[in-house]
Ligand binder design. Structure first.
Ligand code: PLP
Length: 391
């Protein structure tokens, strides 16, 4: 009954606000004071950025980790370290946050937008037709925490001679056949911004790689192009940036990493299981987010694909109805990159699968600060809305 929906004046499903994310631990509130008290606040003045890097490398299983100020910076550095430059083409999905393609422009290269498969990530079958003599690299984005089909992607890329970067901004702890997202290609780039799996207190990033040369390049690039990072008198050997993390940010991220496997990820995965169970057979639902024993999802958010043929309204109305029930459904928080003004003049293309996903996906939240009851409220709201709009 539509009249029962909060959108039409009915009672809301959620009576209380949801717990916020991120929410930092008491320990972090204490630890963060140390560099502020000693004055050793920059990465070169204290030990905490280096400590975060070695812990991150050990956790993910990569030989090298280079901290930086954001994932945009990480992607930019990784592209440059792989030799991408003016006039080169980089293949990447359009269905991602604009930053992925902005990093390509920062590197002086041209973004070439590729369509996604029904799992929301770059379609390995759509890559090869986009390859030209100028193609140099490919960026795979593990969107929402869904791990891309990296085996097939890397196989295509190697066949045609492309370097591969993983954009893991939304995927910390996703796995492919036991290997962690970020270690499945040439370099993996992470975001520690406000609402991500690991927040470094607002901003931050990391590049991980198995290549000493890529790691060394990134260290030089983040430190004004200095040959020997942190050495005030070291020569500036290339055009570099100031992409450094601070000691306070490193402390926050280190403490978040310490509770990632014991608290953060299991809770995300647990709430995703509640959603899977509730929505798996629900009329009006077309597909759950991909999660298999081989491709293990890290669930930044929970994208639920609706079966439009079984519903009597468009996805926008469903979203509005879910939000009116008190559930913070976020919609897809980015337009197609080729629809963004900054890329429009540079890339005239369309990605039909991405547009079809846009027209049928609602994006549900799930946070480690929640209890089971919060996921259950979201389930109740979605069920109520789909029931009301079912054909
Ligand atoms: C897929 C993706 N890539 C890159 C970024 C950029 O991350 P940052 O804000 O750390 O630069 C984001 C941020 O939301 C993202 O979602």
């Amino acid at each position: 009954m539509r009249s029962e929906l909060a959108l039409h004046g009915g009672e809301k499903t959620a009576h209380e606000p949801f717990p916020p994310w991120p929410l930092f631990s008491e320990r972090t509130l204490q630890d963060i004071q140390e560099p502020l008290k000693t004055g050793r606040v920059a990465s070169w003045a204290g030990p905490r950025c280096a400590e975060l890097e070695s812990r991150w490398a050990a956790w993910i299983g990569a030989p090298f980790a280079v901290s930086c100020s954001s994932c945009t910076a990480a992607l930019h550095m990784a592209l440059l370290a792989l030799g991408v430059g003016a006039g080169d083409e980089v293949i990447l999905p359009s269905h991602t946050f604009a930053s992925t393609a902005l990093a390509v422009l920062h590197a002086g290269a041209v973004p070439v937008f590729c369509d996604v498969a029904s799992d929301q990530t770059i379609d390995p079958r759509a890559i090869e037709p986009l390859v030209t003599p100028r193609s140099r690299a490919l960026i795979a984005v593990h969107l929402y925490g869904i791990v891309c089909d990296m085996e097939r992607i890397v196989a295509v890329a190697r066949r045609v001679g492309l370097s591969v970067i993983e954009d893991c901004a939304q995927c910390v702890g996703g796995e492919l056949s036991g290997g962690k997202a970020g270690t499945l290609a040439d370099a993996g780039c992470f975001s520690f911004s406000q609402g991500k799996h690991v927040s470094a207190g607002g901003e931050g990033g990391m590049v991980v790689t198995g290549s000493e040369q890529i790691a060394r390049s990134c260290r030089t690039l983040r430190d004004y192009g200095r040959e020997q990072e942190g050495q005030g008198r070291a020569a500036h050997v290339r055009v570099g940036f100031n992409y450094r993390l601070t000691e306070m940010q490193a402390i926050v991220a280190t403490n978040e990493l310490a509770r990632l496997d014991s608290w953060n990820l299991p809770r995300r995965q647990g709430y995703a299981r509640i959603y899977d169970h509730a929505f798996g057979q629900l009329p009006g639902v077309l597909a759950l987010p991909l999660n298999t024993p081989a491709r293990r999802n890290a669930y930044w958010k929970y994208p639920l694909q609706l079966d439009r043929a079984k519903l009597s309204c468009d996805v926008e109305e469903i979203r509005s109805a879910i939000v009116a029930e008190g559930v913070p459904e976020s919609g897809i928080p980015w337009p197609e990159s080729y629809d963004e003004p900054v890329f429009k003049e540079r890339a005239a293309c369309r990605c039909p699968n991405a547009e079809a996903l846009r027209a049928r996906t609602v994006v549900l939240p799930l946070h480690p600060t929640w209890e089971k009851s919060h996921a259950e409220v979201c389930v109740a709201a979605v069920k109520k809305v789909l029931r009301a709009y079912r054909r």
